[in-house]
Ligand binder design. Structure first.
Ligand code: NAD
Length: 477
């Protein structure tokens, strides 16, 4: 692989026991959603491949688990440096495999992953690996072999947030990348080897969720499965994993509300809210996809939204000036288009976008970024995760009404409040979600990230993100 815009991806292979293992069975095409071109292929792996990777991870576990945490953190910091070095290449791969525009990959593929790794390494270096409680010594130990299953929306970052804390905790890992965007998995594997991670501690098996994902979740040699993806697939992972009573951590879907209070800076709230709903084409689990606005400010907010929306350009994701590329796949395009049609059929007011393709883009997985106003909070586009650039503006009467609407979906991942800080904090405390951002506050990699309700049961990032991958033993003496 190289770091220029010229793409050349390696032949299909898993990564097992510290090396690429060539695969000559059936393959999965990796399709550039902007052009429809097949840019690479990866193995359509089997449960036998999972067995091999789990054996390698099982063999490597005891020695890795026995290393000092500081030694593990040193290897992990070298992985951060390696990813930083290959950031350009990772960014090119992300654009090619899932359509994220260059304007986003600088942060999503190049900046954020090493920064997240550094934050997790420092957490591990300062972590109390044991403590005394009366006559007990409480020790924190790795769980064993971790199966990590990730989605395609931020290919490298999703790997980092699971695999890095799992390794820092002393576990060995078998990763299944998303079949839509599997290329980051290979680059990450090469970086781990270059960083001196012992062979077998990190392995990659490519394939579908139904075959490789479920084989990992079911495997008796896998002690924990950490899953990020849709609530639908998360339920299946949980069910399959239950037979072996392994630890299951789920990071699932969202339908996050952005509550704009009457005392908010309306323009800022609307602008930041739209950016959250549309960035990465709405393919962000924590996107603020519902904008809750006081009924008396609804029309003013709609005018501001129209103005803000005009700034968004859709097109070839390799063009530096473009803000939105195609969706990740043709299947995503069909799904999102279906929701846009559903919104119209259910009587919401279409104010920007709509079904069909953006002007001048007759091919590729493009949709028109869309805003609906006067949305019924119980309608499908206000209740279901669309995972596309579709914002639902919902009017409310008072604080209680806003909180009721915000908490009315099966999800509880993320939320936002804009308003006078004390008022906003009081509202944030009533939201049944794993995180809430007040007045566009910035992302904090040391804060835990995860969901309430059907958005999942795990936490990633920071200290809680490390503890997720640890057992607890009490020794009395
Ligand atoms: P998806 O559920 O279709 O797939 C995610 C991963 O799970 C893929 O690797 C897939 O192959 C695998 N998978 C699918 N079915 C499986 C099964 N039966 N058993 C085991 N593995 C299976 O999701 P997606 O379309 O890749 O990603 C979008 C979804 O991910 C959205 O719902 C989004 O909200 C969610 N997501 C959540 C977070 C979070 O942190 N909470 C972050 C990003 C994305």
């Amino acid at each position: 692989m190289n770091s220029s815009s010229e793409l050349s991806f390696p032949a299909p292979a898993h990564w097992i026991d510290g090396r690429a293992v060539p695969f000559d069975g059936p393959v999965i095409d990796v399709v550039n959603p902007a052009t429809g071109a097949v840019i690479a292929t990866v193995p359509d792996g089997t449960s036998d491949d999972v067995d091999q990777a789990v054996s390698a991870a099982t063999a490597a576990f005891p020695a890795w688990a026995a290393t000092e945490p500081a030694e593990r953190a040193a290897v992990i910091r070298r992985i951060a440096a390696g990813l930083h070095e290959r950031g350009g290449e990772i960014a090119v791969a992300m654009t090619a495999e899932m359509g994220a525009p260059r304007s986003l990959t600088g942060t999503a593929a190049v900046g954020l992953p090493p920064m997240t790794i550094e934050s997790l390494a420092s957490v591990a270096e300062e972590f109390p690996w044991s403590e005394e409680i009366a006559n007990s010594l409480i020790v924190r130990e790795p769980i064993g072999v971790v199966g990590a299953i990730v989605p395609w929306n931020f290919p490298i970052q999703q790997i980092v947030t699971k695999v890095i804390p799992a390794l820092l905790a002393g576990n060995s890992v078998v990763l299944k990348p998303a079949e839509v965007a599997p290329l980051a998995g290979r680059i990450f594997a090469e970086v781990t080897a270059d960083a001196g991670l012992p062979a077998g501690v990190f392995n990659v098996v490519h394939g579908t969720g139904q075959v490789v994902g479920e084989a990992l979740a079911a495997h008796p040699g896998v002690d924990m499965v950490s899953f990020t993806g849709s609530t639908r697939a998360g339920k299946r992972v949980s069910a399959v994993a239950s037979e072996t009573v392994k630890r299951v951590a789920l990071e699932l879907g969202g339908k996050s509300a952005n509550i704009i209070l009457p005392d908010a800076d309306l323009k800022a709230a609307v602008t930041v809210g739209l950016a959250s709903a549309w960035t990465n084409n709405g393919q962000i689990c924590g996107a603020y996809t519902r904008m809750l606005i006081p009924a008396g400010l609804h029309d003013q907010a709609v005018d501001l939204l129209r103005e803000a929306a005009a700034e968004y350009t859709v097109g070839d994701p390799t063009d530096e000036s473009v803000l939105l590329g195609p969706l990740a796949s043709e299947a995503q395009r069909e799904r999102v288009t279906g929701y846009i049609e559903r919104g119209i059929a259910d009587g919401a007011t279409l104010i920007v976008g709509g079904p069909g393709r953006p002007e001048g883009l007759p091919t590729g997985a493009y949709v028109r970024p869309t805003i609906f106003a006067n949305v019924d909070p119980n309608s499908a586009i206000a209740q279901e995760e669309i995972f596309g650039p579709v914002l639902a503006v919902i009017p409310y009467t008072d604080d209680d009404h806003a909180v009721d609407i915000a908490n009315s979906t099966i999800y509880g991942l993320n939320g936002a409040v804009f308003g006078e800080p004390e008022h906003a904090l009081a509202i944030a405390q009533r939201m049944r979600t794993g995180q809430v951002d007040i007045n566009g506050a910035q992302f904090n990699p040391f804060a835990p990230f995860g969901g309430y309700k059907q958005s999942g049961n795990g936490r990633e990032y920071g200290r809680q993100g490390l503890e997720e991958f640890l057992e607890t033993k009490a020794i009395q003496r």
